[in-house]
Design a protein around this ligand. Structure first.
Ligand code: UDP
Length: 239
């Protein structure tokens, strides 16, 4: 049965920490397989999927483990961590029958293709999932910013920030039981109410380019699919 989707091409931002599951470091096999099933559910609908993967489960330039290090060097290490996650994700997708390509913003020819915009778009048109590793390729940035950037370059309909929380709330839902999820919120309201969606650079980029963002939980089974079908899921940040 074919279903009509609200979005044809999406940019999914997965944090490195999402891959950890309940572990304190690295990649949890069952967790990555679970995430891949969520991705598969939208690939099967014919949605073109590009993914930007983080690296926080392995290394962050601003983490205590990097204290005292030259910041740019630490950030390059962080970017390399995202490439490891991209390869793990590709491997898990292959096992699930999803054809994917990894493109890296840093040239590591033996392990991943370099980022080439036109080629990435071609892969998406061929319904291959494209995983972008190494963030923007520049230190002092984050993979949130890479997601905003690649989302625009790919002409994605929306940037989806997949987190552990199923949307943006009026307050921290873990601390305040009265916290309410926003179904939709404007960019200006996010700023005015000091809500947390993406880091400031990524958020400003999306706002300037009128790229909508959806915040949802990748651990809520079926949430990604429901969102892509236009159902009430997560929080939609719009102009
Ligand atoms: N990073 C960077 N430039 C980028 C993207 C990432 O220098 O364009 C580095 C930075 O050190 C960052 C690390 O890679 O801390 C991992 O990325 P991020 O923290 O965004 O991962 P996530 O929090 O999504 O797991």
């Amino acid at each position: 049965m074919s279903q009509t989707t609200k979005y044809k091409r999406i940019l999914l931002k997965l944090s490195g920490e999402a891959l950890m599951g309940d572990d304190s470091y690295g990649i949890n096999r069952a967790t990555i397989d679970r995430i891949v099933q969520e991705v598969k559910s939208v690939v099967d609908l014919g949605v073109q999927v590009a993914i930007v993967i983080g690296g926080g489960n392995i290394f962050r330039g601003v983490a205590p483990a990097a204290s005292g290090m030259d910041r740019a060097t630490a950030d390059y290490m962080g970017m390399l961590a995202t490439v490891m996650n991209a390869l793990a994700l590709q491997d898990a997708m292959k096992r699930a029958g999803i054809i994917s390509r990894v493109q890296s913003a840093l040239t590591i020819a033996q392990v991943a293709e370099p980022y080439v915009r036109g080629k990435a778009i071609q892969y998406l048109e061929e319904n291959k999932v494209v995983v972008f590793g190494a963030g923007t390729g520049n230190p002092f940035f984050t993979t949130d910013t890479a997601a905003a950037l690649r989302g625009m370059e790919m002409g994605a309909d929306i940037v989806i920030k997949a987190t552990k929380v199923d949307g943006v709330y009026t307050d921290d839902p873990k601390k305040n039981p009265d916290a309410v999820r926003y179904q939709t919120v404007t960019f200006d309201e996010v700023i005015g109410r000091n809500l947390k969606v993406m880091d400031a650079t990524a958020f400003a980029l999306c706002r300037d380019q009128k790229m909508n963002i959806c915040v949802l939980s990748i651990f809520k089974a079926g949430a990604l699919k429901r969102m892509v079908l236009g159902e009430d899921e997560g929080t939609l940040v719009h102009c």
